[in-house]
Design a protein around this ligand. Structure first.
Ligand code: FES
Length: 144
């Protein structure tokens, strides 16, 4: 009578022990995932250049968008023509925050400015919004 050799079962134990060590490392790696640094911001859209302000598709024809973080208003007075203006109202320094019906509007005292050239269309402001040079690169409006 022969006893079964233990080679096979030892082999399995060794294999399982190795597999468990691998699993433990993987689990430890996963456990640390949530406590690490925040993931990087997504890359800019394809075709966007560094310094891109906004996608051309996000600027309505005859209107515009106020970009508070960049302190810029980007407008598209006519299809394919993009303009940008400093978003600091020339009356008392509030940030203009709306573009509607061809005008850029200030919420503080109601001044309005032309979306085409930044000129005053309604007081109390008396000076135009300074224009900023922009260009279209790919599908993005960028500072020139
Ligand atoms: S600060 Fe804009 S209207 Fe007064």
């Amino acid at each position: 009578m022969s006893l079964p050799t233990s080679t096979t079962s030892v082999g399995r134990r060794s294999f399982l022990a190795g597999a468990c060590a691998t699993c433990a490392a993987a689990v430890a790696g996963c456990a640390g995932y949530g406590s690490g640094p925040a993931p990087a911001a997504p890359p800019p859209p394809a075709g966007a250049a560094a310094g891109a302000l906004v996608s051309t598709a996000d600027v309505p024809v005859g209107g515009g968008v106020a970009l508070a973080a960049q302190n810029v208003v980007v407008t598209q007075p006519t299809a394919g023509t993009f303009k940008a203006f400093d978003a600091t109202c020339t009356h008392q320094g509030c940030t203009v925050n709306e573009v509607a019906e061809g005008t850029i509007r200030c919420p503080c005292h109601g001044s309005s400015f032309s979306a085409a050239d930044g000129s005053v269309t309604g007081g109390p402001a008396t000076a135009p919004l300074p224009e900023k040079a922009v260009k279209v690169v790919g599908n993005a409006v960028t500072l020139a």
